[in-house]
Design a protein around this ligand. Structure first.
Ligand SMILES: [Zn+2]
Length: 507
């Protein structure tokens, strides 16, 4: 008899339908065949399913049984289908009959005892179940993350026997209550606060501008200047994520299996800080069934590249296109998979190999050639990705000893949110939402300068030998500074400040 159970596979941050067909009682040798899975996964699946069936009091099929996971061209994780295959076997061998199995999307890994183990992608499956107007049957942990999706009935099951009793109507289970993300946001403010940062007034200001306009920022300063400390606090001054942003972020973490692995949801904007030895696949995403890399895990949040000059040049270069496009494409023989990666990049580097170039207290020991070689690790086009480049001095003794608390993240965030709103209103007809992403035409349209500002910028371009590519950046950052002050026009002081943030161009 043929039995079909609906399940899903992960493809990027989406789930796609998979039909699990089980046919039992065919003539021929006693044999259990699974098609549609990579070879290595099949044996492990069989072993788990047979053991779980036996330990739950069900017979292992004694005739030829074929399992087909369709469509076959989509690569699948073997463990997802243990539960649907086991249910299909039980029904197709006539050991039990499930009246309304067709109403459900089912996924889960079986333990040898029949216990159901969590799988990644629970939240993504819930989005698909909602789209397909189906109910969802998942392992307990996976169901918990799925319950962030409203408008879909989600049932959590612990073991094979409980699942069968539920599907045959012997026991009743209540669907999980929906978790509201907004209430969760208010309660979980994990991010460290800006009030703990001593001194560094000009860096704090630059960071506020960067966040307000969505600009990437590069901090250049000696070790111990507080670059990492400030970077970690950036998600706390970004505007609250919208529901769409929250769900995108959660979907990425769900497909990476991180919502379960870390047993917490990402209530705040993400902060990722990959080590400089990271591989290209680790950064951009990869694997036989492609999963997201650090750049996508930082989507809607911050990608912090500490010790920027220590990263392999090819690794940094590979970031350029995805950062430009806001998405990263991973090609496999079975097709292309895309992950979003709209992230604010925060870079930090020492000014020279010894770290003390320009320091008031210590003397730099590096030769000009050393410094040149050190900086050439990062290509011009990569440097170009940073709208704001700022020199960060060491923290002064007075600042370290000061007991005064600095301004809190909440106060800074209030200004950032106002500036964000102004940009969204101005760019409401554009696909871009932030000043940093404006096209050249939009810069021409929205960053018009009066005579005085225009002359100022021209003079600066000549005197500081600024490149043409720096021109648009100065205008964009100037636009953000004006937005923070709620000025319609970009004024000379905005342009003057903006020019200050081209540290590397001026060298
Ligand atoms: Zn040095």
């Amino acid at each position: 008899m043929l039995s079909t159970v609906q399940s899903c596979a992960l493809r990027g941050i989406d789930a796609v339908n998979i039909a699990v067909e089980v046919n039992s009682g065919e003539r021929g040798d006693l044999k259990f065949i699974i098609v549609g899975l990579p070879d290595t996964a099949i044996k492990e699946s069989c072993d788990r399913i047979f053991s779980a069936l036996a330990n739950s009091g069900y017979a292992i099929p004694y005739t030829r049984t074929t399992v087909n996971l369709a469509p076959s061209y989509i690569r699948k994780e073997g463990s997802f289908y243990d539960l649907p295959i086991a249910l299909g076997v039980i029904q197709s061998t006539g050991q039990s009959y499930f009246n309304n199995l067709n109403d459900f999307i089912v996924a889960g890994e079986l333990g040898l005892s029949g216990k159901i183990r969590e799988i990644k992608g629970g939240l993504t499956f819930a989005i698909q179940a909602k789209r397909e107007k189906k109910k969802l049957l998942l392992p307990v942990e996976s169901a918990r993350e799925a319950s962030f999706i409203d408008g879909v009935e989600i049932f959590a099951v612990n073991n094979l026997n409980e699942t069968i009793q539920f599907l045959t109507g012997q026991i009743k289970l209540d669907p999980l209550g929906h978790k509201n993300f907004l209430s969760t946001l208010k309660n979980k403010d994990h991010c460290p606060d800006f009030s703990e940062v001593k001194g560094q007034e000009s860096l704090r200001r630059a960071v506020e501008i960067a966040v307000a306009g969505g600009h990437n920022i590069l901090m250049i300063g000696p070790p111990g200047a507080g670059k990492s400390m400030i970077a970690k606090r950036i998600p706390g001054i970004m505007s609250m994520p919208t529901l769409d942003e929250f769900l995108e972020t959660m979907s990425i973490y769900s497909t990476a299996g991180l919502l379960i692995a870390e047993k917490k949801a990402y209530f705040e904007r993400p902060f990722r800080s990959p080590h400089h030895t990271i591989s290209n696949a680790g950064l951009l995403g990869g694997g036989s069934i492609p999963g997201p890399g650090e750049i996508s895990l930082a989507h809607n949040g911050v990608l912090f590249l500490d010790e920027l000059s220590e990263f392999r040049r090819t690794t940094l270069e590979s970031l350029r296109q995805p950062l430009e496009d806001g998405e990263v494409t991973i090609s496999r023989s079975s097709g292309k998979v895309k992950f979003p990666c709209k992230t604010m990049v925060v870079g930090a580097m020492n000014p020279c190999p010894c770290g003390y170039l320009g320091d008031r207290a210590r003397k730099c020991k590096c030769s000009n050639l050393d410094i040149q070689r050190y900086r050439s690790h990062i290509s011009g086009p990569m440097i170009d990705r940073f709208d704001i480049q700022i020199n960060v001095p060491a923290v002064s003794i007075e600042d370290i000893q000061s007991k005064k608390l600095s301004e809190s993240s909440m106060d800074i965030r209030a200004r950032v949110e106002k500036a964000s709103k102004i940009q969204m209103e101005r760019l409401k007809d554009s696909k871009n939402r932030r000043n940093a992403n404006m096209s050249h035409n939009e810069v021409m349209k929205f960053c018009e300068l009066d005579g005085e500002s225009s002359t100022l910028l021209e003079m600066a371009m000549k005197q500081l030998c600024l490149s043409a590519r720096a021109y648009d950046k100065i205008l964009k950052v100037g636009r953000t500074i004006a937005d923070l002050e709620r000025e319609d026009k970009i004024l000379p002081q905005h342009i003057l400040e903006s020019i200050q943030y081209r540290s590397l161009d001026r060298l």
